[in-house]
Design a protein around this ligand. Structure first.
Ligand SMILES: [Zn+2]
Length: 137
């Protein structure tokens, strides 16, 4: 008689206040594949609680829209080799829209990784169609 075991991993809801969201983002940045990471030049990663009112206007966000991340800069593919960029590109990851949705660490972490990667893809000049295509291959 074979005894069967079923391991039920119980996901413990996370206490939003206790989570070190900055560390999650730093970890996600750390996990960007090396061949891409070494090409990231003059890019600043930031964590903000929410998109600013200015960003909401600029991006035409409605009240119900939640934004996980934002890339602001000139994609590599559009840079003219001679241009010396003084202002860094900025990738911002927004904490509140994500922790409002994800109550468990694993999916939250996955979303942070996914969002960081998504914004980095924009830096490399990929549009949403490209990103979608890259994901499904
Ligand atoms: Zn995007």
């Amino acid at each position: 008689m074979l005894r069967r075991y079923t391991v039920c991993m119980k996901q413990v809801p996370i206490n939003i206040k206790e989570i070190d969201f900055d560390a999650l983002v730093a970890e996600a940045v750390e996990h960007i594949p090396e061949q891409y990471k070494e090409k990231l030049e003059n890019v600043v990663f930031k964590v903000e609680d929410e998109p600013s009112p200015e960003q909401r206007v600029k991006l035409k966000l409605r009240n119900s829209d939640s934004l996980f991340g934002l890339y602001e800069g000139i994609p590599l593919t559009q840079r003219n080799g001679a241009v010396l960029l003084k202002v860094p590109d900025v990738i911002t990851i927004f904490k509140h829209p994500m922790v409002d949705i994800y109550r468990h660490l694993t999916p939250l972490k996955e979303q942070v990784y996914e969002t960081v990667w998504h914004e980095v893809a924009h830096y490399f000049g990929l549009n949403h169609q490209d990103i979608h295509r890259a994901k499904s291959t």
